[in-house]
Design a protein around this ligand. Structure first.
Ligand code: C2E
Ligand code: MG
Ligand code: MG
Length: 585
């Protein structure tokens, strides 16, 4: 090389040596061959025992992926990775002003790498300040909780999504939170109490997320918590290193938010459901991510609430199907596509015979214009979610009461003596439900004592408020049945707490009563306890003569099932009854 070129090369080396960025020349296995003073200053605090022999070893704890990335980079030269951010925690030592490093790795030749290390603390702080400034702007703040609002969180999330994807770990995660039945607090205690609970929730969220150590997650940007709707909050976690961190934070937030709230003399409990979207699942823009997070939240709620669900693509299909059903159900109500069928309930305590006039259970059906007959499992839950259950429930109750009175008129002593109507949880939670039942009884001239309302265990086992509502219903003169007993929450030992008159033993027990001694014992115990509390029993889903004999011998008062009859249209019920009201068992 001529002298002048040598000089130029020397000058470049001198320049690089003094440059205000860290430069490290390393062999492919990470062995350090040369480093400038800036690199030494930035990296030394990370080096275990001050050893600076191998770059990958120095960075092993904070960027363990580097060695693998360079080994996987097969081209003879080029950029292996660029600008990987490394948050330094307080325990690293060194200059406390240096909080975040950025590392890039270039392959210079088949045997050499160059690492570029820089201190990006100021840049990150500026990003953070920009974020804070934007979050603090009034139009981006929720007035009730002083939290960022939907517009603000959408903007921040978009900024996060526009950054380079995470080099390691799950990157960012979006947590979408919604309270289970918050409306009930507003309706029961008034909006000012509801507002105070929301304020307390915001405070708890802030406190739980405030310190990096508290949530146990290393991030270089603090998490964002926002209120995006009435009882909806969104949390965005950034730069996560481990997937488990997301679940740990999610569980922690659920725990703190579901701890009872003291408002004046009230102790209020609240359920929370949460949907989670991880960076790898995030497609489209921030709005799209928030939307799928809320779909996951709905799944968590459908699963019973008080839990989190991580987004899966099938959830969106299910949500779309529910959306279709919801739209169609609105027109179904308007266009009278709903109707009611009645399944006979027979008396078993007549020696050697069954009493066919014991009663009927009303079961709703939907004649869909293109799908044909839709059964309740496919639409009752959707009706509950979209607030149509009140209208559906009122329709069924009205139809059943009118039909009962009509049978009394047409069939006299051959008419069913009771009609049972299923209630869903959401109906009971509606303010004014008891008076709407009273109004229907009056309008249809239904004798209250002949109406039985069926509630499920999970509903009846709920807190005192629900039980008080059930007692009010009973004060109208009607009776209550506990449906599907044995499948849910309550046990025989808590049966005495529920204000019910009849226990309906679930089909899953009855169907095994002829083959399983265990199930027979459970049925017998249920009958004994129910009788001792003055309650009667119905065996549901009897399909064979053997099952009928077993449940009768175990003491069940009544039975229902395909053995006697499937659910029928009103005229077919009349035919079925005219064929004989007492039959051989
Ligand atoms: P459920 O109240 O326990 O009603 C009994 C269900 O078991 C009915 O299903 C009935 O057709 C079915 N079933 C009766 N006997 C047999 C049998 O021997 N074998 C078998 N395999 N099944 C039998 P359906 O009509 O599909 O209703 C399902 C559930 O939907 C009901 O369970 C009830 O919880 C709910 N539901 C039905 N109508 C209404 C309604 O008007 N309002 C509300 N909220 N829920 C309703
Ligand atoms: Mg029922
Ligand atoms: Mg049932």
């Amino acid at each position: 090389m001529p002298d002048t070129d040598m000089d130029r090369h020397e000058a470049i080396m001198q320049f690089l040596y003094r440059a205000p960025i860290g430069l490290v020349e390393v062999a492919l296995d990470g062995t350090i061959e040369m480093l400038n003073p800036m690199a030494a200053r930035l990296l030394l605090p990370l080096a275990p025992d001050g050893e600076m022999e191998n770059l990958f070893a120095v960075l092993a704890r904070v960027a363990p992926q580097l060695g693998e990335m360079s080994a996987a980079f097969l081209a003879p030269s080029g950029t292996v990775c660029e600008g990987i951010r490394i948050p330094l925690d307080a325990g690293t030592g060194g200059n406390p002003a240096v909080q975040v490093l950025a590392v890039s790795l270039l392959k210079l030749s088949a045997t050499k790498l160059m690492a570029v290390v820089s201190d990006v603390t100021l840049e990150v702080q500026r990003e953070q300040q920009g974020l804070d400034r934007r979050l603090n702007a009034a139009e981006r703040t929720d007035t009730l909780t002083r939290m960022p609002n939907r517009a603000a969180v959408r903007e921040c999330l978009q900024a996060t999504m526009d950054r380079e994807p995470a080099a390691k770990g799950p990157g960012f995660a979006v947590l979408f939170l919604n309270c289970d039945r918050f409306k009930q607090i507003n309706d029961t205690h008034g909006h000012s109490v509801g507002d105070r609970v929301l304020g307390m929730m915001a405070e708890r969220l802030r406190a739980a997320l405030r310190l990096r150590e508290r949530i146990g997650v290393a991030t270089d940007v603090k998490p964002i918590a926002a209120r995006v709707g009435g009882d909806e909050f969104v949390v965005v976690l950034n730069d996560l290193q481990h997937q488990d961190d997301v679940f740990a934070v999610a569980q922690r937030l659920l725990d703190v938010l579901t701890t009872p709230y003291g408002v004046d003399a009230l102790q209020l409990t609240l359920g929370v459901s949460m949907g989670i979207v991880l960076e790898a699942q995030a497609t489209g823009d921030a709005d799209a991510v928030l939307q799928v997070a809320s779909v996951a939240m709905t799944e968590a709620k459908r699963g019973g609430g008080m839990r989190f669900a991580v987004f899966e693509p099938e959830m969106q299909l299910r949500a779309a199907r529910r959306g279709d059903i919801e739209a169609d159900l609105r027109s179904a109500l308007a266009e009278s596509q709903l109707y009611v069928v009645y399944q006979p309930v027979v008396g078993l305590r007549t020696r050697g015979a069954i009493d066919c006039t014991a009663g009927v259970e009303a079961l709703v059906r939907w004649l869909h214009p293109t799908r044909g007959v839709v059964v309740p499992v496919e639409f009752i839950a959707v009706a509950e979610e979209c607030g149509l259950i009140g209208a559906v429930g009122d329709y069924v109750l009205n139809a059943a009461c009118r039909q009962f009175v009509q049978w009394q008129r047409d069939l006299g002593l051959r008419a069913p003596r009771t009609v049972a109507v299923n209630l869903s949880r959401a109906q009971l939670e509606q303010p004014g439900f008891v008076s709407s039942v009273e109004a229907i009884l009056r309008a249809t001239h239904m004798p209250p004592a002949s109406l039985q309302l069926e509630v499920t265990e999970s509903l009846a086992a709920q807190h005192e408020q629900v039980r008080a509502q059930l007692r009010q219903l009973k004060s109208l003169g009607l009776t209550l049945a506990l449906d599907d007993f044995g499948t849910g929450y309550s046990s025989l030992s808590s049966l005495h707490l529920l204000p019910v008159d009849t226990v309906k033993i679930d089909r899953s027990f009855v169907s095994q009563s002829d083959s399983s001694a265990h199930h027979r014992v459970l049925i017998e115990a249920t009958v004994r306890v129910a009788n001792s509390l003055g309650m009667s029993t119905v065996a549901e889903g009897i399909e064979t003569h053997e099952q009928a004999v077993v449940v009768r011998d175990l003491g069940c008062d009544k039975g229902q099932g395909f053995l006697y009859s499937a659910p029928l249209l009103p005229d077919d019920v009349a035919h079925w009854l005219r064929a004989g009201t007492v039959r051989a068992a």
